[in-house]
Design a protein. Structure first.
Length: 166
């Protein structure tokens, strides 16, 4: 990895981490635990569609690890990793069949996959299969937040693709 690429990825990781930490300070929008906007995912989606999977995955993993450390919630690492990796795989697959104008759709499916990954992790950790009853609520919130973050990422890709690749 050359120095320019390393610095670019470090800056994008710092941006994603800052957004994540700021979002933690925002009170819950709904009285439903776990429903967040996921604004830091804008950086991950933008990186995937402009820089490629290796850089995007590195940014995602660093943000998840550092976010868990900085927030002081290491248990969140399990949930964030499971949701983040599943959503990343979904976006990676969809990137092959969607055009740049359909990036928002990849973000919607990725947000839903993120919620599914978190529920799967919660069921595995707690051995409580009844947590799947929470999935429809998280699916609806994933569609809404995925539309928002996807639209923002699509705007960022359109505006930043030349800057990020150089």
């Amino acid at each position: 990895m050359n120095l320019k690429r390393l610095c670019r990825d470090a800056v994008l990781t710092a941006v994603a981490l800052t957004i994540f930490i700021v979002e933690l300070q925002i009170p819950d929008l709904l009285p439903i635990p776990g429903v967040k906007l996921g604004l830091a995912n804008i950086v991950t989606v933008t990186a995937l569609f402009t820089l490629g999977p290796v850089d995007a995955l590195a940014i995602l993993l660093c943000r998840i690890l550092l976010g868990s450390l900085f927030s002081g919630n290491m248990m969140a690492l399990v949930y964030s990793l499971s949701g983040g990796l599943l959503s990343f795989l979904v976006m990676l697959l969809l990137k092959k069949i969607l055009t740049a104008k359909q990036l928002w759709a990849a973000s919607v499916f990725a947000a839903v996959a993120h919620n599914l990954g978190q529920i799967l992790a919660a069921v595995a950790v707690t051995a409580t299969p009844s947590l799947f009853i929470y999935l429809p609520i998280l699916t609806v919130s994933g569609v809404v937040t995925g539309l928002f973050t996807g639209a923002a990422a699509q705007f960022a890709v359109k505006r930043l693709s030349g800057v990020l690749k150089n």
